[in-house]
Design a protein around this ligand. Sequence first.
Ligand code: HEM
Length: 411
Amino acid sequence: MPTRHDLRSKALHNDAHAIFARLREHDPVHRGRLGRREVYFVTRYADVETVLKSPDAFVKDPTNTALGPAGQRALRIPKLAESFMNGMITSDDPMHRRLRKLVARAFTPKTVAALAPSIEAKTAQLCDAIVNEGSVELIDALALPLPVHVITELVGVPASDRRRFQGWVHDVMRNFSPWNMPFILRGLWSFQRYIRELAARKRAAPTDDLLSALALVEDEGDRLSTDELVAMAFLLLSAGHETTVSLIANGTLALAEHPERWEELREHPERLPAAIEELLRYDGPTLGTEFYYAKHDTQLGGAQLPAGAAIMPMVLSANRDPAVFDDPDALLLDRTPNPHLAFGMGVHYCVGAPLARLEAKIAFTALLQRFEPPELAVERARIRYRDALFLHRLDRLPLRMRRRPSPSARG
Ligand code: HEM
């Protein structure tokens, strides 16, 4: 009997590229699993694109399928979390369009640009603390604290609460397994109670941040209810956080394995934006997007899917599809065109893409300018990914980092 891959298996996460290469070739719409629930893994670029671009055929809310109220989510959400885990990313039009319009009014290009000085200052502070010639765990040192700082500042979580916040996110992001459930529930409960209180304070006395803007935003008389506001804050804080950790960590690992590219980028910083797109393609932050569901019985990539079937479009796999990318397993920093799907596509395209790109640009610029190409501090085989559902997240990234001589010392 052929293997049925489970989204929670360590093997899938640690060997994702090789497994996806086999699936793309032999079993492009794979009948995989999430525990006992069936989940179809869509692995070819063309089929991933079809799912993401066909909101009439593939929906986010399983009760919008032909199964109606009997439609079941792939991930069973604890009752207490239903009101705030069912946000924009798991809704369809007209609800989705309405929420997206409201968030777009509050989260503008100006909001993102205004964060640049704070991202630069935090990056400098974190890089200063990296010990010269020492072994550093890059996720703890930079890749995690930077996005946490940025997303909490953006949303408006006071600095004094950020440590608590990080603890809850850590709990919530654990795998949905029975033994993790007490931690997940504890994290969800504390998180939603905190956001609810914070949102009430922002409504009463708005400050200069996204949660206040969302509390006040209006579109032709339409406003977010308190539950919707909490759901939006939860989505932004969770979606905008671990993904960016992985962009910085996976990207640094890829560059550490190609030291000549490190030198090239340092000498040509104007090449960095294209290089970041290639890092997103080459070893992106997520295996797939949130779940989609087949609206009716349908055919996809030669497979027959029943109405209500849970689907994960595997963007990590699509981004290495040789039908679209020449030499897909090579890291080509000037690859053009580079139509990668790391931020998704279509109506649910990532709201935070400009912010993630800005953070990555600032973080990589600092690393390239301050350090020689890093070396892995452990054997490559000991670099492992977490078994974290959607995410393609390194567990640890131990590096040896050597500071470059300061410009004056270099003459
Ligand atoms: C490198 C970092 C990031 C990656 C790779 C990423 C990836 C994605 C992907 C693939 C989707 C589409 C999901 C789907 O179709 O189900 C998405 C949606 C979304 N992302 Fe991101 N994301 C990143 C950073 C961020 C940041 C920084 C924020 C917030 C500030 C954010 C907020 C969102 C939101 C709110 C959605 C839902 C959009 C909708 O349903 O209309 N993301 N992201």
